[in-house]
Design a protein around this ligand. Sequence first.
Ligand code: AMP
Length: 606
Amino acid sequence: MAVKPKVTNGSTTLGPAANEKDAEKLRFIEEMTMNTDAVQERVLAEILSRNAETEYLKRYKLDGATDRETFKAKLPVVTYEDLQPDIQRIANGDRSPILSSHPISEFLTSSGTSAGERKLMPTIREELDRRQLLYSLLTPVMNLYVPGLDKGKGLYFLFIKSESKTPSGLPARPVLTSYYKSEHFKSRPYDPFNVYTSPNEAILCTDSFQSMYAQMLCGLLQRLDVLRVGAVFASGLLRAIRFLQLNWEQLAADISSGTLTKQITDPAIREAVTQQLRPDPELARFITKECSKGDWACIITRIWPNTKYLDVIVTGAMAQYIPTLEYYSGGLPMACTMYASSECYFGLNLRPMCSPSEVSYTIMPMMGYFEFIPLDADGTMCNGAQTQLVDLAHVEVGKEYELVITTYSGLNRYRVGDILRVTGFHNCAPQFQFIRRKNVLLSIESDKTDEAELQKAVTNASELIKSYNATVVEYTSHASTKSIPGHYVIYWELLIKKDKTKNGKSGTIPTELLDECCLEMEESLNTVYRQSRVADCSIGPLEIRVVRPGTFEELMDYAISRGASINQYKVPRCVNFPPILELLDSRVVSTHFSPGLPKWTPTRSN
Ligand code: AMP
C-alpha cells in the first residue's frame, strides 16, 4: 500500500475534521478507499494464509495458495445450506479447525433463517475489534456534517435479546447482543461526542419492557441534552414512540414523585435510574401536557426540542417507515450510518445526512474480501455470473450485484443474499445503494419471510377449513405498518363447494375457525417472526382478509390493463402498490386476527 492520501491539517476529501482524533480516522478512511484493490488483495492473502490448514480450504485443495486466481478457481460460491453440516459440527463441539484456524468464540444468530431457525454464523474473538473499528469511523464522519455533538447526548434505544447455548456450550446470540455485552461496548472510553442517555444497565436487560421503560425515562429526564434520537432500525424507534404513547402516564408519575415504579424489578436498572431520578413535577406536567393531547405529530421534537437528526436505518425493508417517522419527528433528517450483518460488518455511509433515497454505503475493504455476482436488468443472474464474480474495485456504476463475502471468521465465498446497486465511488471504493434482500416477501422488523414460508403457512392453515369443503384458491400478502407494531395481512380468496362434506358440515366457515387459521399461519412462520411476536411484541397479530370470489381475476385484469402479459401473469404473493391494495380492500368480506400467540422458546429445535 504505497500511495498515501494527501491530507494536510486534518483536512481530507471528506472535509476538515472536527478534531485531531477524527482527522486520524478520516485519514484511515481515505487510505482504505484510495487503495481498495490493494487492501482487498492483502485481506484475502491474510485470510487464506491464516486458514491454510483448515479442513475447508484443504477440502478444496488450495494447498496454501493465497492469490485471487487460485482462490477463485478452486473455491465454490456457497450458501448457508452448503455450510450447514460444517457449522453443525462446530456447534456440536468439534474443536478442530474446520472453517477457521482461530477458535470459534460464539455463534451469531442471523435474522436470516434456514429451515425455520436462525442461521448460526460462527465468529472469532478478533471480529469484535473489526466491528469496533467500523463503529469508530461513524462519529468522525457525522461530525463533518453536524457540529456540536459534544455539547449534548444521544437518546438511543438499544436492546439485547435472550441467548442460548449450542450443544457444545458456545453462546448463540444476535450480533448486537454480543457487541453490547462485550467490554468494547460496556467499558468504552468516555467520548464527549458519543454520550448516551441510556445507562448500560438498561441496555443490558433482556426484559424488553424494563429495558425500554428505563431508557425512555432517562431520555425524558435528560430531554434538553438530547441532540439525536435513534435506534438501530426504524422499526425500533417507532416501537419506542408507541411505548411512550402507552406508558407516559406512569413515566410522568415516576418523574413527579422521583420514585421508580415497582414494575422495574431489575436491581441494576433500579440503581442506575434511581441515581438520576429526583422529584420534578414541572417536567412531569410538561410530559403530561404533551402526551395527553392525543396528537402525536412532531412528538419527538416537542419532547426533545434540541434533536438535530434521527439516527436510524431507513433503507431496505425499513423504507416503509419513513412517512411515519417524518410525522413523529416533523421531518427531521434521518441518518443511515452503516451497513452490516451477522456475517460481517460491511461499510458506512459517508454522507449520512443525505435523504434516505440517496443513501449509499461505502464498503470498507479491510472488513473482509468482497466479490459480486453481476445481475441482469431484471434482477436475475447474468449468464455465467456464478463463475465470473467481480471484485470490489471493479464493479460498475449503475449495475446491480449480489454480495459474496470471504471473512476472517471462516466464511469463504458466501452469498449474503443482499442485492446492491453501485451509485458511484469514493476514491477507489464503490458506493452501494441497498436494493433488497433476495427472496424476502414480508418484513416488519428483523423478520424476513420468503415465498416458500408464506406458501407453507397458507397450506397448513387451509387444512383447518378443509372439513368445510373450502380451499384457498388464491392468496397474496402485505406488511401493514399503518399501526405500530406492524403486522402481516394475508388476503385469501376461498372456494367453498356447496355440497355437504362427508361429516355433514355446511359451507359456511365459522369466524372463529378463520381466526384460528391466522394463528396456524403464525405457528408455521419462522422463529424470527415468532420471537418478534412473542418475546419482543414488535409484530402485531396476523390478519386474514377474506376477499369475495373473483377478486384475484380482477387483480389479473388490472395487471393486464397495465401491460402485463396474460401468458406470463403470476399472482404477486406480496402487494405494495396502493391501487392494488385499494382494490383488494374494497372486496373484503370478512377480517380475522390471530386470537393468541404462536409458540416460541429461546432454544433451537435443531
Ligand atoms: P442480520 O444478519 O440479522 O444482522 O441481518 C443483516 C441484514 O440486514 C443484511 O444482510 C441486510 O439485508 C440488512 N441490513 C443491514 N444493514 C442494512 C442497511 N443499512 N440498509 C438496509 N438493510 C440492511
